[in-house]
Write a protein that binds this ligand. Structure first.
Ligand code: ZN
Ligand code: ZN
Length: 257
């Protein structure tokens, strides 16, 4: 066997093992309920799972707990007992799962990577931006203090500067954008996106660096790099943007885009 064949074989077996392990794990809650492990001479479901599937007690405990939590959520329950989704990924959504979002969450755990699911759940739990310390440099700070000492409203001055910035961006974004077949964006557009969004992911709950400029209107349809429809995103939010169907996304992220 050459190196390539050896690797291909190992990865194939590894992936298959994970698939079968999920299916085995999904059957455990029912075997536990019917006490079928006794028929194989095992004293408990834990002994049965370790002996026939090599599962740790923690994994078994998690599978049983999830099965119970998903009693009222048929789609997530199905994903668990059919072994479609790993218990580790299902455990990520259990804290936000309700009968109302059961269907949506079941699609999400089936279609997204574990890290994207984690990010999605964090966004769902998000209740407000934490208070941030401003990192004013000495010069700006002392100039502001000086103005404040004179009885000048510094908030008004800062507001005016921020408004001016927003107007500039709006004006630049309002300029006509030509259609193009090229995925290459002009430096002008790159600069404008950076001016508006900075260096981080444009989802307000997210502090990660942006890695991709995402087209909120599919490029293949729009043929345009209109900056109104460009959003810098981190890897996870980019995956979420593509995985969630447009209708759900529009509803959920209407405040974000
Ligand atoms: Zn994209
Ligand atoms: Zn992000």
């Amino acid at each position: 066997m050459n190196d390539k064949e050896l690797l291909v074989k190992a990865i194939y077996f590894g992936k298959s093992a994970l698939e079968w392990k999920k299916k085995f794990t999904g059957l455990l809650p029912e075997i536990h309920k019917r006490e079928l492990y006794k028929q194989k001479g095992c004293g408990s479901i834990f002994e049965f799972a370790a002996k026939f599937g090599g599962l740790s007690n923690d994994q078994v405990r998690l599978a049983l707990k999830l099965e119970e939590k998903f009693t009222e959520m048929p789609k997530l329950h199905e994903a668990l007992v059919n072994g479609e989704v790993s218990i580790n990924k299902l455990a990520r959504v259990v804290s936000i799962a309700t009968p109302e979002n059961d269907l949506e969450l079941s699609e999400i755990v089936k279609n997204m990577s574990k890290s994207a699911v984690e990010t999605f759940v964090r966004d769902e739990k998000f209740t407000g931006l934490p208070g941030q310390e401003l990192s004013l440099n000495e010069e700006v700070r002392s100039r502001l203090v000086e103005l404040q000492e004179k009885g000048i409203d510094i908030n008004e001055i800062i507001s005016a500067a921020l408004n001016k910035r927003e107007e500039e961006i709006a004006e630049e974004k309002g300029m006509p954008v030509e259609e193009t077949k090229s995925r290459y964006r002009s430096t002008k557009i790159e600069k404008l996106v950076a001016k508006e969004h900075g260096t981080k992911c444009s989802i307000p709950t997210c502090k990660k660096p942006s890695e991709v400029i995402h087209h909120t209107q599919t490029f293949a349809i729009s043929h345009s790099h209109n900056p109104n429809y460009l959003a810098p995103l981190c890897k996870e939010h980019h995956e979420i943007a593509h995985a969630i169907n447009l209708k759900v996304r529009a509803k959920r992220l209407k405040n974000f885009w």
